[in-house]
Design a protein around this ligand. Structure first.
Ligand code: ZN
Length: 78
């Protein structure tokens, strides 16, 4: 009785050989390191919050309404 040929796939993490077999609980990854490492990267990407510049507390950034009126309101007539 011929023994079934083990199916070897490419590990999506390290591009190495991974045994795609019930004995390999980390399939299709080659091992625990690649499996958990990939998950951590995915989770980190999933829950990453874009950093926003918090400059609203700067008083000199506050624009006063009505302060943009031109100083020269009367045109010169000669
Ligand atoms: Zn791997």
């Amino acid at each position: 009785m011929p023994s079934p040929k083990p199916l070897v796939v490419r590990c999506p993490r390290c591009q190495g050989e991974a045994l795609f077999d019930p004995s390999n609980r980390w399939r299709p990854f080659c091992g625990e390191r690649c499996h958990t490492g990939d998950f951590a990267a995915w989770a980190n990407e999933e829950f990453r919050v874009p950093a926003t510049a918090e400059n609203s507390d700067d008083p000199k950034d506050v624009a006063l309404p009505g302060d943009s009126e031109p100083a020269r309101s009367r045109p010169l007539s000669h």
